[in-house]
Every structure is written in structure tokens, then in C-alpha cells.
Design a protein around this ligand. Structure first.
Ligand code: DON
Length: 317
């Protein structure tokens, strides 16, 4: 067993990380700094930043958690991982013609790099890159958002996972930056659908509501080297490695270096306050707390994952 900085043992009858999860939840409740919920999507702005939930899913589909781990929240940018996985599985390497895989060092909604890099976004997890992926998935399937919802439903076993039209509409009403990104890439021929249609698909995809349990289970294929819950392959082993690598280097935007330093796992955040993280071969994690830092990552979410890897000694390093 790895030498860890804490006592990770559970009582008989409990799951292997139960004690750690309870300890982390207590520590998070005692924090005074919880950050502030996203204010640019009015539907999310009212959330209480002290709310907290965390789930662990084992590769065999066992899931358990602490706090509000069964409470649905707005998945937002976490959906970008699932959209990328679907695009990679259907399109292979071709997806990388229109989007790179380097950290941007810029905020998730930044415009500046796009012009001097000719309309090719740095990576699939900043908004511009996610728009390219959704555009491609729309072309491949005719219903990008529906395919992402279906993947989450299948992998989590929860048929109630769905879009929240009010969240999508709220974002559309304040979507000028995303519209600017999409139009800019359209000018370079890097998106093919009419921009209003692409934005509709992207906002629907972002509006999906799911719980920590749902998202930890849904990400299980990334801990199982590409294998879905039903035993079929969504990704090859190499592709699962590639998605995890891009999550590690780009999944938390201009905080990806700090996240890798503190947590040491591939992770992907969303402005709803969720973060998924992968321990390949071991488990998947999802944590939710709606208070964000200035880079758009959940304050308690990052702190909880930092504590998890510190207390258990698990990380990719
Ligand atoms: O595109 C947007 O602005 C949002 N729908 C998603 C962004 C997001 O979750 C960024 N996360 N930290």
C-alpha cells in the first residue's frame, strides 16, 4: 500500500474510502472560504456555496459517497469530457485537425489565442475547443447533446439524467462570448454548422444535470482503460490514456498546473461547481460544491480532491 499522510482505513462493512470521505466532508464544512457561485449564468448564481457532496465509483460499478452525493447539479463543462470521448470513438484522430491538445494558460472563455492561432483552439476543454468537438459530434450523429445525455444515462444507469432547458436558455441569453468564439471559428472554417444551431447544441449539452454518483459512474470508462459499464469498448486503451492526459493538462483551464500539483489526477471541472477526477485502474471521483475560485473551479472541490489524494496516497504519480 502507498505511504499516505493519513489513516485511510474503514470500519468493517464500510467501503474502502468511506472513512476518508467522511473526514474530508467534515474538513470542508469547517472551511470559512467557499468561493462564490458562477454569476454569469443567472440560473446558477443563487446556489449556496457551502453545499458539498463527493462520490467514489469503483471499476465494478460500486458507488458510494458523502454529503449531497446524490443531488443533481449542473454538469456544465464536465460534459466536455464525454463529448470528446464520443467524438474520438467515432472520428478517431480526425478530431485533432480542428482542435489542439496543449494547455491554454488562458481562462476557459478567452478569445485572444484564437486569432493568432488561426481559429484552432488550444484544447477541447476550453469553450472554443468544446464548440469544435460539439460541432463535429453534431455532424457525426445529428444530435450531439442527445448523444452525451445517452452516454451519461447508460454509464450511470440513471435514465432520469436530462437537460435543464431553463439553464440552457439562461446561458443563451448571456452567451455573447461563446457566440463570439463560434463566429470567429466559423470565419476560419473550423465549425460547419450555423452558429445559432451550434450554440443551441452546446448550451443543451452544458445544461445536463447529474449527481456526483451519476458522474463518477459515467466516467468509469476512463478508469477502466476505455471499457464501458456493459463491458464493450468506448475507447481503445490508448484513447483512454489520451483523454486522461488532456484532462490532466487542460481540464481546469489556467489552473491546470496548480490542480496537477495539488491533486495529481486527471480532472475536469464545470462552473456548476462539479469536478470529476480519475485514478486509472482504481476508481473515479466526483465532487460538488458550487462556490468557485476566480478561474472557475470549485474551491471546496479542489480542496477535497487534494485531501483525498493526500490521505490515500493515490495519484497518477
Ligand atoms: O460555456 C460556458 O460558459 C459554460 N456553459 C460552461 C463553462 C464551464 O463550465 C467552465 N467551467 N469551469
Amino acid at each position: 500500500a502507498p505511504a499516505a499522510d493519513g489513516d485511510a482505513s474503514s470500519r468493517p462493512g464500510e467501503h474502502r474510502f468511506s472513512a476518508v470521505l467522511h473526514r474530508i466532508a467534515e474538513e470542508m464544512a469547517a472551511r470559512d472560504d467557499h468561493g462564490a457561485p458562477a454569476d454569469y449564468i443567472p440560473m446558477l448564481a443563487g446556489a449556496d456555496p457551502r453545499r458539498f457532496g463527493m462520490a467514489v465509483a469503483e471499476p465494478d460499478g460500486t458507488v458510494y459517497g458523502v454529503g449531497e452525493w446524490r443531488q443533481p447539479f449542473s454538469a456544465q463543462s464536465i460534459t466536455k469530457v464525454f463529448a470528446l470521448a464520443l467524438a474520438l470513438s467515432l472520428d478517431g484522430e480526425r478530431i485533432w485537425r480542428g482542435v489542439g491538445r496543449e494547455p491554454s494558460g488562458n481562462p476557459f472563455n478567452s478569445l485572444v489565442q484564437l486569432e493568432y492561432e488561426n481559429g484552432i483552439p488550444r484544447n477541447p476543454f476550453i469553450n472554443a475547443g468544446a464548440l469544435v468537438v460539439t460541432d463535429r459530434l453534431q455532424e457525426l450523429t445529428g444530435d450531439a447533446a442527445g448523444q452525451v445525455r445517452e452516454l451519461l444515462r447508460r454509464e450511470s444507469g440513471n435514465p432520469d439524467i436530462d437537460f435543464v432547458p431553463e439553464v440552457a436558455a439562461s446561458e443563451a441569453a448571456h452567451g455573447d462570448r461563446n457566440a463570439a468564439l463560434a463566429h470567429f471559428m466559423a470565419a476560419y472554417g473550423n465549425v460547419t454548422h450555423p452558429v445559432p444551431d451550434l450554440l443551441t447544441a452546446y448550451f443543451r449539452q452544458c445544461s445536463i444535470e447529474a449527481s456526483c454518483a451519476d458522474l463518477a459512474l459515467s466516467a468509469g470508462f476512463l478508469a477502466r482503460h476505455g471499457v464501458r459499464a456493459d463491458g464493450s469498448a468506448l475507447l481503445t486503451r490508448s484513447q483512454a490514456k489520451q483523454v486522461n492526459a488532456v484532462m490532466l493538462t487542460c481540464g481546469t483551464y489556467d489552473a491546470a498546473g496548480e490542480f496537477a500539483y495539488r491533486v495529481g489526477l486527471p480532472g475536469k471541472s464545470g462552473v456548476g461547481g462539479g469536478i470529476i477526477a480519475i485514478v486509472p485502474g482504481e476508481c473515479t471521483l466526483c465532487v460538488w460544491s458550487p462556490g468557485l475560485d476566480r478561474r472557475g473551479n470549485s474551491v471546496a472541490g479542489v480542496a477535497a480532491l487534494d485531501r483525498f489524494t493526500t490521505l490515500t496516497g493515490l495519484s497518477v504519480f
